[in-house]
Design a protein. Sequence first.
Lengths: 226, 296
Amino acid sequence: MRDRAFSLLPGLLGALLAWQLLSGHIFLYVHERSFWLVALSVPLLVAMSLASLRRGAKSGLTGWLLILPIAIGLLVPARPLGSEVLAGQIGGARLPIWEPRVPLSLDTSSRVWDLKQLGLLEPDDADLARRLEGQRAHLVGFVHRTQSLPPDRFLVGRFVVRCCAVDAVGISFPVRYDGAANLARDAWVEVDGSIHAATPDANTPVVDADQVRLVARPTQPYLTLP
Amino acid sequence: VLSVLSVATDRLATFATLFLGLVLEALPFLLLGVLASALIQRWVPTTLVTRLVPRSRISATALGGLLGMALPVCECGVVPLGRRLLDKGAPLPLALAFIVAGPVVNPVVLVSTWTAFGGNPGFVLGRFGLALLVAILVSLAFSLHPSWSSLLVTSTAEHSLIEGKAGVLRLATREFMDLSRYLMLGGVLAACLQTFVPRTALLALGSDTGLSVLVLMAVAVLLSVCSSVDAFVALSFAGTFNTGALMAFLLIGPLVNLKSAAMYSAVLRRPAMLVLWILCAQLIFLLGSLVNLSHA
């Protein structure tokens, strides 16, 4: 009986994957290109269960660890990484694998900067604020705050993934907005504005918001790199 | 109380997202690995390989290392296949090079490493080349033994996983059930480290040239994650540990780990097994540290 129950685990895992795929929750965990790989796993897992159901599958106690993703997937509400993780990453080092392969150009004055472009810029560049001065920005991300920020500012944050949530690197950009204090942490916002040097630190650029709108969390909450 | 509850809920949600991210990304590769392994164990005759064995020690060692490229099996499939090669009369250097390099240089592992590290060719080629180098050096060292057959355990009927009437799917299921536990343990540890250990603490540890290599080598040995998915676990350390430590994790994990000990003891006598592991560990530590120094 126990062996038969054990042989059901791959099938149950397959059912969980199918649910994640259909609900779109899969994008909270993996890069969009992995969608089909995960989808192909579903029939295989179900077939494995069916193949071993008659004889049952033997396993020791640790074999039941396979129940973990099923239990966690069912019991813990699906949520993308948010400001709690971003807080732990700010100030952390980035490894060379995270360097953008093609340096982003700063010489096109007509461009509208998005969060990915701004987030991947070198923050220690002393000349950055001057070069970005007056350029337009359109940012979509979640609200994040740090204790050092003045009350009229917040950070728009987002995670960039190359593979899945475990390699997510948080990026953020400061926004100056009078209603900043009223925005809830982790609320998703769309910000339009122009980039100016911040005060008192003139080397730090900040987006002066013309408009901040609350929006629904996107289906794919993470930005991706190829 | 409410704020403590809120922090706990946030942490739990973060842990769940990281754990499921790692498991869902790795699962297709684990399935592919066990399916390929089952197909090979069932349908590819070992005699096909042994017929082509060169006489020269160096050529045999190189062939053994490269053989892994054609046989997409992780360490759990490699050891029984290596044992089968020895039974069919293959020389020890060939079988040993296959056992050491096979879990890393095979296509499933290289594709999963490529996927995990965002198509970084340096990382994939580095893993491939260094694994091959370790396999060839260690196998050549063993081939210098005057009577290498004395290092082997006498073959028994039980050693092989290839026999049996079970269909390919049942064989794959058995291997999947056996290996998935290590993926789960690896996922829990990786998610816990990222969720509960302050990044600054990990950064201090992970940026030291030698210590970082030693730490991730120990983690790999304890975790025993299957080589077809270990790149995803390594990826979770990529934000905090340096390149040499990540490379050492990916090189030693498939070779020296808790789950493989029992399988190795079906091929090599215990002293020979210990010498193999110590040699590999020393080489990998050296290579990992050199990688770090070259990136400094």
